[in-house]
Design a protein around this ligand. Structure first.
Ligand code: FAD
Ligand code: FES
Length: 520
């Protein structure tokens, strides 16, 4: 399938078709408008359509073309921020609710895949958290105790992960986690939403989202959807300008897909403990040399950095490859390299619920950390309950308006980092002349008092846009792996021509006016 979130191709994009869906051609009136067709938006749309609500989903790209098409889809309640940390900020009851909600999400995905007969390779597998870097056994023991207090009594400490060719040392075993093919799952949800009377429009960019009775969603080609409720499931909300974006932070993470002989690595989910951590699983694919036979792709991710603050993807892919080959000698080739964006909330829990502030009918789902598949499914369960007027025990834990004073340290550290990025306004541009720009790459240049994002396409043609992010005016940086302009402040991303790829920005990079346009 096609992706509109970057240049690289994930194993999922290579092994699933995207359904052909119509474009929005007129104004519409509906009960619920969902903006964003990733796991969060599609899970919400599915549950509301099942409950008999009239639902429209819009997305400016294909279904699953955002981060859900770039995930590694470990489906787990082994939360990457650790239960002992969550407990410190949210108490034992908060930690218990976190475990309960992610466990329920795993079961909900399993039941939806089964009831809807979605052929998405869903499989229950065990998950293993093992030591890496300088981590000590104590860390695992601490997490084991906290996981038990959170109600995950079946988690146990084992001597090693079940790989006979590599002794990992002690690990925590989380039984009955799961994995699936995320795009095949979304294709199944798409079919079910349409069967239940919902409508899905792709190629529809929401330009403006306004609360009211009814709410209004205006698309960039001028159509208006009026709705009783709007769910903003754009991964990062495009309707909130400041509040949330000081409470969550964007990171880029990298993944390789290595071909290994079928059955040579036992199926499971594997993570190590450092920050950033490695995450590993397998996916069965058709053999390249012998179609009809299957081989395994060993998926290994990690090497995260803050969005827009480094551009060294080749080195990060190389580190992943070295790490993998050292532990998995059966790797025959590296067939996939891709990256994606992770949104880290400052207090470890995502934000799902009514949009903070005065909005009455606008809901958001964001801040899903490296657990966005379960988190997006929780969003579907929680937001559909809120819209349908049903009680939900997780409402307070995920409330986007909550204040977690104990997370003040993280808040200050990350927002200081944002403040430093505004210094890019006064630094020099990256090149002096267009001849120095390689085809297929972009460079920021100084032009008088401002900065210009210059992209030279593969044919050598120059495309210029203002380098000033349309969210809160930081200077964007070129991401050479994904061929996007990435903002180092709150993670907005734009394609080479300036169109928005990721919020919080909702508008494209501005045109460069005639006076400051450079000579070609
Ligand atoms: C490399 C990687 C590995 C990961 N591994 C895991 C894992 O193992 N387990 C796990 O649980 N999670 C994992 N995650 C996280 C998880 O994949 C994501 O958090 C999750 O897929 C996000 O889903 P979403 O629906 O919120 O967003 P998305 O899938 O990004 O969907 C948002 C949609 O909104 C659309 N959109 C945005 N703005 C607009 C607009 N203005 N108008 C119209 N449409 C718009 C986009 O086109 C997009 O399709 C990983 C993420 C990455 C990148
Ligand atoms: S994302 Fe906030 S300034 Fe760019």
């Amino acid at each position: 399938m096609r992706s509109d979130s970057g240049h690289t191709t994930s194993v999922w994009m290579n092994t699933a078709d995207s359904p052909s869906l119509p474009r929005l051609a007129q104004d519409m009136r509906v009960n619920v408008c969902v903006v964003g067709a990733g796991i969060a938006g599609m899970s919400t749309a599915y549950l509301l359509a099942r409950a008999g609500r009239g639902v429209i989903v819009i997305d400016d790209g294909p279904v699953g073309g955002g981060e859900t098409g770039r995930t590694t889809a470990h489906i787990t309640h082994a939360l990457d921020d650790r239960y002992y940390e969550i407990e410190k900020l949210h108490g034992e009851e908060g930690s218990r609710l976190a475990a309960e909600s992610h466990s329920a999400a795993i079961s909900r995905i399993e039941s939806i895949a089964s009831v809807e007969d979605i052929d998405c390779d869903f499989e229950r597998v065990d998950g293993y958290l093992f030591l890496g870097g300088d981590s000590q056994r104590k860390e695992l023991e601490q997490e084991l105790d906290a996981a038990h207090r959170a109600g995950l009594h079946e988690v146990e400490l084992v001597d090693r992960i079940p790989l006979e060719f590599w002794n990992s040392g002690p690990a925590l075993r989380f039984p009955r986690q799961a994995q699936f093919h995320p795009l095949k799952y979304l294709n199944g949800l798409t079919r079910a939403v349409i069967r239940d009377g919902g409508q899905i429009f792709t190629g529809a960019h929401a330009d403006k989202i306004e609360d009211g009775e009814p709410c209004r969603v205006t698309t960039s080609d001028g159509h208006v959807i009026t709705a009783d409720h709007v769910v903003v499931a754009t991964n990062v909300p495009v309707n909130d300008w400041v509040i949330l974006h000081t409470k969550q932070f964007a990171y880029r993470t990298f993944v390789i897909g290595a071909r290994v002989p079928r059955g040579s690595v036992p199926r499971g989910l594997y993570w190590d403990t450092p920050d950033p951590y490695h995450y590993v699983r397998l996916q069965e694919v058709d053999s390249r040399l012998d179609p009809g036979r299957f081989e395994d792709i060993l998926i290994v991710g990690g090497e995260d950095h803050k969005t827009g603050q480094e551009d060294d993807a080749d080195e990060r892919f190389k580190c992943l490859e070295d790490w993998t080959r050292e532990r998995f000698p059966m790797v025959t080739s590296i067939d996939f390299r891709w990256s994606g964006q992770i949104i880290e909330p400052m207090d470890y829990m995502g934000f799902i619920g009514k949009n903070p502030g005065t909005d009455q009918h606008i809901y958001i789902a964001t801040g899903d950390s490296g657990n966005g598949i379960t988190h997006g499914t929780i969003a579907g369960m929680l937001l559909s309950d809120l819209i349908l007027g049903r009680e939900n025990p997780w409402k307070k834990l995920y409330d986007p308006s909550r204040k977690t004073l104990r997370a003040a340290g993280e808040f200050l550290k990350e927002n200081l980092n944002v403040a430093v990025q505004y210094g890019d306004w006064v630094t020099h541009g990256e090149v002096g002349s267009y001849e120095q720009i390689e085809p297929g790459t972009g460079v920021v240049v100084r032009r008088g008092a401002t900065k210009v994002a210059v992209f030279k396409d593969d044919r050598g043609e120059i495309h210029e846009r203002s380098a000033v992010c349309t969210h809160l005016y930081c200077i964007v940086a070129w991401n050479s792996a994904e061929r996007t302009w990435d903002c180092p402040c709150h993670g907005s991303r734009f394609d080479p021509y300036g169109n928005v790829v990721n919020g919080p920005a909702i508008s494209p990079l501005a045109e460069v006016n005639a006076e400051s346009r450079g000579s070609r």
